[in-house]
Ligand binder design. Structure first.
Ligand code: 13P
Length: 418
């Protein structure tokens, strides 16, 4: 009995000693093992994807060009892609302006270019359907006849001034006339100056063409995607929201199937490069061509063009992009409106699908104006009517039973330069 009591006592002493000695040790070990999880649960780290966490030193690996202007870039892109609104592309280079003026017998002088742009920007009610205007460098520094800077005139109307920043196209050596877009040298300095002057978005037009025997080549696609992404990163780092414009020309005899394959491949590569360059997509806009067959190819119905274009974009363009602002690319003014309207009736569009038309907003305006002051008001009414038609088309509400306001036909120009 005594022996039994003694061993029970010994056991109790041992258990107590173990509790005092072992449990803290175990607890320490356990807390070493799981303590950081407890701390993390109390104080969760900033949200990071698993993929990012697995990169050593990832903070330094990814560029963030938009950092300084992030909120402003997002606000600019959002304002441009506002419902019912689109862009007046009035950034024709001086030689291109000369071609347009030649058609109506107007001399291509600096004063005539200024006068014409004044006509555009002073159109009463322009801001109803126009959210931004793209300017050529000369225009960015010009003023109305009574001395108001165009930039201020636009801003007062809530129209965002933008600037074409590419310096045109050059041939890629060894290719069959394929081109790359120039202008990266000194681009940061130029963008800084344009921002100071009031520009808030930028445009860079890269151009590809399609042929059944292999255009665009891989090298041309790589040039386009790399150039656009490098430009977009620079523009964002200087506060300008970039319009990313990989134009694929309508020249050629290819069908819509080939056009779709090429557009999708190019868009995929462009978005891959934008990612590599750290471009913040929420502060960008895409300015693509619509997926149409070549002008000498088998025709396609407008509804098919609309369906295929939205389908291709949905596959390749992230929903973070606020707006897809199409170029007109040589379609007639009416076709450009009708196509836009049809696209806005296709289901599944996470972005605003709108216009950034040059020819399709100005051809009839120039025809009415004829360089004559007496026609100024009528020309402005034409611009208003065209922008109204396209604003309705952005909402998918353009009334096709009404006559289109335009007075011109096809605006296609072979191998078009802007
Ligand atoms: P079009 O609408 O005339 O094709 O041009 C718009 C534009 O800005 C091309 O860069």
């Amino acid at each position: 009995m005594v022996r039994r009591t003694a061993s029970l006592l010994t056991a109790a002493v041992c258990i107590t000693a173990a509790r005092w000695l072992l449990i803290p040790t175990t607890f320490a070990a356990l807390s070493r093992k799981f303590g950081h999880q407890v701390a993390r649960a109390r104080n969760p780290p900033k949200r990071q994807s698993v993929a990012l966490r697995s990169y050593a030193g990832y903070e330094n690996r990814f560029p963030a060009p938009a950092k300084k202007f992030e909120q402003e870039l997002i606000a600019t892109a959002k304002a441009i892609a506002a419902p019912g609104k689109g862009i007046l592309a009035s950034d024709e280079s001086n030689p291109t302006a000369g071609k347009r003026f030649a058609d109506i017998g107007v001399e291509n002088s600096e004063e005539n270019r200024r006068k014409y742009r004044e006509l555009l920007f002073t159109t009463p009610g322009l801001n109803k359907h126009i959210s931004g205007a793209i300017l050529f460098e000369e225009t960015l520094y010009q003023s109305t006849a009574d001395g108001k800077q165009f930039v201020d005139l636009l801003k007062e109307q809530g129209i965002v001034p933008g600037i074409k920043v590419d310096s045109g196209l050059r041939c890629i050596p060894g290719t069959d006339g394929e081109q790359y877009c120039t202008g990266l040298d000194k681009l940061p300095e130029r963008c800084r100056e344009y921002y100071k002057q009031g520009a808030r978005f930028a445009k860079w037009r890269a151009v590809l063409s399609i042929s059944k025997d292999g255009k665009p080549t891989d090298v041309a696609i790589q040039h386009t995607a790399f150039g656009l992404a490098a430009y977009a990163a620079i523009a964002q780092s200087e506060g300008l929201a970039p319009f990313v414009e990989p134009e694929i020309l309508m020249d050629g005899d290819h069908d819509i199937v080939l056009a779709q394959r090429v557009h999708e491949e190019v868009w995929a590569e462009v978005y891959r490069q934008l990612e590599v360059h750290g471009v913040m997509l929420e502060g960008t806009l895409l300015k693509p061509s619509m997926i149409t067959p070549g002008v000498q190819g088998p025709t396609a119905q407008p509804a098919e063009i609309a369906q295929v274009t939205i389908e291709g974009l949905r596959r390749r363009v992230p929903a973070a992009v606020p707006g897809i602002m199409f170029l007109s690319g040589g379609q007639s003014e009416e076709e450009a409106t009708v196509q836009l309207n049809l696209m806005n009736q296709v289901e599944g569009r996470p972005w605003s699908v709108s216009f950034s038309y040059g020819r399709a907003l100005q051809a009839s305006v120039l025809k009415v104006w004829q360089g004559n002051d007496k026609n100024k008001e009528a020309a402005q009414k034409m611009l208003l009517a065209l922008s109204d038609a396209n604003g309705q088309a952005n909402l998918g509400k353009y009334d096709t039973s009404k006559d289109h306001p335009s007075n011109t036909g096809s605006l296609f120009v072979e191998n078009y330069a802007y």
